[in-house]
Write a protein that binds this ligand. Structure first.
Ligand SMILES: NC(=[NH2+])NCCC[C@H](N)C(=O)O
Ligand SMILES: [Mn+2]
Ligand SMILES: [Mn+2]
Length: 352
């Protein structure tokens, strides 16, 4: 069945089931900040919740059955303490936290819920994608929405920050470029870069560019969005990573994919990014596939900028999540009513 037809069938099915069958969602917070140097990104989940995420989700027309799994916590096991891997800062924390994230995400997806993970810095993408891979037997594809491809290894990174490395840790094609990583045996780099597409790129390090070009990775930068428009780019990306339209979809959304004006409170913001409109449209398209299984919303840092900046950023994050879960900008008719309400009191306006 062609992609478009499949999506229609899913939507029609969802519509007729809607009374009994709400869309099942699990919310998971990962207050993790050790994949980069700036304090505050660990408060991202609390800030997004405080901005009213659950209330605003309960308001959308797509019926949702939401379960909040709270925040992930972790301990660094004794044998990993004092362990140093060259040029990966806080390695033991990265390995230990992501192990817990992966287990939780796997559990949430296996229970039939769309897993919405609130970050935290983007190093957690290692755990969320790994959990998804395990839940779906590798039959998934990933959209990495970001100003950065996060494709550095510890040999190519100029910062040593693990939030610039998760996609390289996940990629099958790059497994030979990593040293043995103790404490990461749970993680298998099994996803092929063929099944990942990047959208929104505009800050790509030189070795990341080399990998993208050498391996022919699906990397759509701001220039491509400028030329073709976001609608075409999302369709192109999905056709590349999920040509038959049957895979489970993972969206890893770094808030810095949006322009600094839309999402100022983030650690590595780059000007010239996507508008919130483009971000919302992208997520609406993903919702319509009916195959979204996991969404990460990462890198919101409420310690950066003014109160107004923080509010704008958390609000943008909530808009993205709402669009992913079926909120429509078209407006909805009142439920079970097909006519306008009748006048039931005397008109106050005098007709002369
Ligand atoms: N998830 C992010 N915001 N990543 C930014 C990475 C920046 C830079 N490429 C680095 O490796 O350090
Ligand atoms: Mn980024
Ligand atoms: Mn990122």
């Amino acid at each position: 069945m062609p992609n478009k037809l499949k999506s229609c069938v899913t939507l029609v099915r969802r519509y007729y089931n809607s009374a009994s069958d709400a869309l099942k969602v699990g919310i998971l917070g990962v207050p993790f900040d050790k994949g980069q140097a700036k304090k505050g990104v660990g408060h991202g989940p609390a800030a997004i919740r405080k901005a009213g995420l659950l209330e605003r989700l309960s308001d959308i027309e797509q019926k949702l059955d939401i379960k909040d799994y709270g925040d992930v916590n972790y301990e660094v096991p004794q044998q990993l303490k004092d362990l140093d891997i060259p040029n990966i800062k806080s390695y033991a924390d990265i390995a230990s936290c992501n192990y817990q994230v992966s287990k939780k995400v796997q559990e949430i997806i296996e229970s039939g819920r769309i897993c919405v993970t609130l970050g935290g810095d983007h190093s957690l993408g290692l755990g969320t994608v790994d959990g998804h891979i395990k839940a779906k037997d590798e039959n998934l594809c990933v959209l990495w929405i970001d100003a950065h491809p996060d494709l550095n290894t510890n040999k190519t990174s100029t910062s040593g920050n693990a939030h610039g490395m998760p996609s390289a840790l996940l990629a099958k094609e790059l497994s030979d470029y990593w040293p043995y990583l103790p404490g990461m045996d749970w993680q298998k780099p099994v996803i092929s870069l063929r099944n990942i597409a990047y959208i929104g790129l505009r800050s790509v390090d030189s070795y990341e560019r080399l990998i993208i070009d050498k391996l022919g990775i699906n990397a759509f930068g701001m220039e491509d969005i400028e030329i073709h428009g976001i609608n075409t780019i999302v369709e192109l990306a999905l056709n590349r990573i999920d040509p038959v339209g049957e895979r489970s979809i993972h969206v890893s959304f770094d808030i810095d994919s949006l322009d600094s004006l839309e999402a100022p409170s983030t650690g590595t913001s780059v000007r010239g990014g996507m508008t919130l409109r483009e971000g919302i449209h992208l997520m609406e398209l993903i919702y319509r596939t009916g195959r979204l299984a996991a969404l990460d919303l990462v890198e919101v840092n409420p310690n950066i900028g003014t109160e107004q900046d923080v509010n704008r950023t958390t609000d943008a994050a909530i808009h993205i999540i709402m669009a992913a879960l079926g909120h429509s900008r078209r407006g909805i008719r009142p439920r079970n009513v097909n006519t306008l309400p009748l006048q039931t009191f005397p008109p106050t306006r005098q007709v002369i």
